[in-house]
Design a protein around this ligand. Structure first.
Ligand code: AMP
Length: 439
């Protein structure tokens, strides 16, 4: 029989790896909550138009990378039923979360809440691409969105939050944070024309992707990673010199706020980002020592037109997302030490049938009292149960042997000191209260 395997480009996160995920979750949540963000979860799949309208038809994500969700037993007669939901509109696995959150913001009337609405999320995204190191088909992102505020201060706050997260991760000296402004629709459209003009004589020298972008999405010509295209892009007019007065003033203010903060950033006039919805400030954080396409650890920017584009009132917004798997790779590569998750406080060990009967109620009772208590309830030897207690890094092993089961006593073994004493069962509670300083 064929061996069952996980789908290409996906990963199992095994128990021993969970500490990295928990470490990131904790830092993201702590920092986001401190800045007044609230958590949001949206479905892992959405109707396709959320992304075609939101992200743009000519982006790589929408053109090539979305997974359509279909019911496996949808038969042809049902397919002919034009009222069937799946026929009316296909659903796709979410390739990113901003469009889904804007959909939710609109659908749930969040516009009536005090603005800005500040949201954060953590969850899986799905993109179909050729898998390679740092590029998965299912990957995890954490991100923030601030909807309903266009002040440059908001840009600075979101950038600061991103920086603080990398600082907490122990990676701030390993990354570069890049900032740019791609202006509003007006100045960007004028700039695009200039860009197309500049690229005209180079058209035949562009890579196949850029040849396509030249017509469909000329801004993307600037961030191609092909050597030849990079050389051509180096001489291109810069958007920063082509911003309208409002966009320029906005960007200058953002930089002014950033300069007053304890963080480092580089200006990258070629940072345009892949999705159509961006406007004004764009940002990316990447590995300093990596020049590959997979060096990006996080990115985002303003998307002042997206809410309107998706059917709402004009509502300025900004957000970013970071990729867990790539960050965790860096943490491992740099050998950053992560605290092991807290171990058990107590571990109950039993020997003999009578003791076994007492053990499970005791585990239940101690957990109920708030002690993190564990056990193995097989017929294992004292030695192997002690080993299990050690593996769980229990502070105390509570041992019930044949004699203790009859005497109504229990042996308390301090696992660090390997010292033990026998106490009466009815004194256990007081004993633990004293040891753990709890009441
Ligand atoms: P994006 O939504 O493309 O701006 O990506 C934001 C972050 O998500 C990137 O900087 C990566 O860290 C991560 N990311 C994006 N695509 C993938 C992928 N296919 N596999 C793993 N991580 C990804």
């Amino acid at each position: 029989m064929k061996k069952l395997q996980k789908p290409t480009g996906t990963r199992d996160i095994l128990p021993e790896e969970q500490k990295y995920w928990q470490f990131l979750d904790k830092i993201v949540e702590k920092r986001a909550i401190a800045f007044g963000f609230e958590k949001i979860d949206t479905p892992f799949f959405e109707y396709k138009s959320v992304f075609t309208r939101g992200i743009g038809e000519t982006t790589d994500i929408v053109e090539k990378e979305m997974y359509e969700v279909k019911r496996s037993n949808q038969d042809t007669s049902e397919k002919l039923n034009v009222n069937s939901e799946e026929i009316k509109e296909a659903s796709v696995l979410r390739p990113e979360n901003t469009a889904g959150i804007v959909r939710s913001y609109l659908e749930n009337g969040m516009i009536t809440r005090p603005q800005p609405v500040k949201l954060y999320y953590i969850g899986p995204m799905f993109r179909y691409d050729r898998p390679q190191k740092g590029r998965l088909r299912q990957f995890t992102q954490a991100g923030i969105e601030i909807l309903g505020d266009d002040s440059p201060m908001t840009d600075a706050v979101s950038i600061l939050l991103l920086w603080q997260i990398f600082s907490d991760l122990g990676l701030k000296d390993e990354v570069i944070m890049e900032i740019n402004s791609i202006g509003c629709r007006n100045c960007r459209n004028k700039y695009k024309k200039k860009l197309v003009e500049y690229y005209k004589p180079y058209q035949s020298m562009l890579c196949p992707d850029c040849a396509r972008r030249y017509l469909a999405n000329p801004l993307r010509l600037l961030d191609c990673k092909e050597e030849n295209c990079k050389k051509i892009a180096a001489g291109a007019p810069q958007i920063i010199d082509n911003l309208c007065d409002d966009c320029k003033a906005h960007f200058m203010k953002v930089l002014e706020y950033l300069d007053g903060l304890d963080l480092t950033y580089d200006l990258n006039p070629r940072l345009v980002r892949g999705l159509d919805y961006y406007s004004r400030t764009t940002l990316e954080i990447r590995d300093k020592n990596d020049t590959s396409r997979q060096s990006s650890l996080g990115g985002g920017g303003r998307y002042d037109n997206l809410v309107e584009q998706m059917g709402g009132k004009p509502t300025p917004a900004i957000g970013w997302a970071i990729g867990y798997e790539r960050i965790i790779e860096k943490i491992k590569e740099r050998d950053i030490q992560i605290a092991e998750p807290a171990g058990a406080e107590l571990f109950i060990i039993q020997i003999g049938e009578k003791a076994r009967k007492k053990a499970l109620p005791l585990v239940a009772e101690l957990n109920q009292k708030g002690y993190n208590t564990s056990c193995v309830l097989g017929k294992e030897s004292l030695k192997s149960q002690l080993r299990a207690a050690g593996k769980m890094r229990a502070k105390f092993a509570l041992i019930i042997g044949q004699r203790e089961a009859l005497d109504e006593t229990i042996i308390v073994r301090n696992m660090d000191e390997a010292a033990q004493e026998t106490i009466a069962m009815n004194k256990l509670e007081k004993f633990l209260e004293k040891k753990f300083g709890r009441k």
